[in-house]
Design a protein around this ligand. Structure first.
Ligand code: ZN
Length: 151
């Protein structure tokens, strides 16, 4: 019984996040994403895009221009969104995905075009649900920004 349950759990966890997992599979197909086994993420050819849909993380293949600190920080942040997906299950897109896409991402792209990038980044990661994703993913944004300034 125990082993049967152990075998069923990954499937149950996958189904719990079904809406975002289906969306991920559609985007992976539409965007011709390639899997990167080293980072455990899907690389896409979409400028500046990073999306976390349950167990699937899709990230712009040029993100961070090879800067390993930036890439690692982005992956940790997206893992934070994956945890939010585990918590909210079928409500993830409603509670996290849509607010993040519209109130943070789209808003920033539309209204902050003449802001310096550091200010945009600060604004972006202080907002819900981004600040919470940072916390869940173990990203210490202020420390990271200070390190960047020192370099
Ligand atoms: Zn985010």
């Amino acid at each position: 019984m125990g082993t049967l349950l152990n075998r069923l759990i990954p499937g149950i966890i996958w189904l719990w996040q079904l809406p975002q997992h289906l969306l991920a599979l559609i985007l992976i197909h539409l965007w011709n994403a390639t899997y990167n086994p080293h980072h455990g993420i899907w690389l896409i050819d979409k400028k500046g895009i990073g999306v976390s849909l349950g167990s699937y993380i899709l990230l712009d293949k040029r993100y961070g221009c090879g800067n390993i600190d930036r890439i690692t920080t982005a992956i940790k942040h997206e893992c934070g969104h994956s945890r939010q997906s585990l918590i909210f299950g079928p409500l993830y897109l409603l509670v996290i995905g849509i607010p993040s896409a519209i109130c943070t991402n789209l808003w920033d792209r539309l209204f902050h075009t003449n802001w310096p990038s550091a200010r945009r980044e600060r604004w972006y990661y202080k907002r819900y649900p981004e600040n919470w994703a940072d916390m869940l993913g173990g990203v210490k944004r202020e420390e990271w920004a200070a390190n960047k300034r020192r370099k």
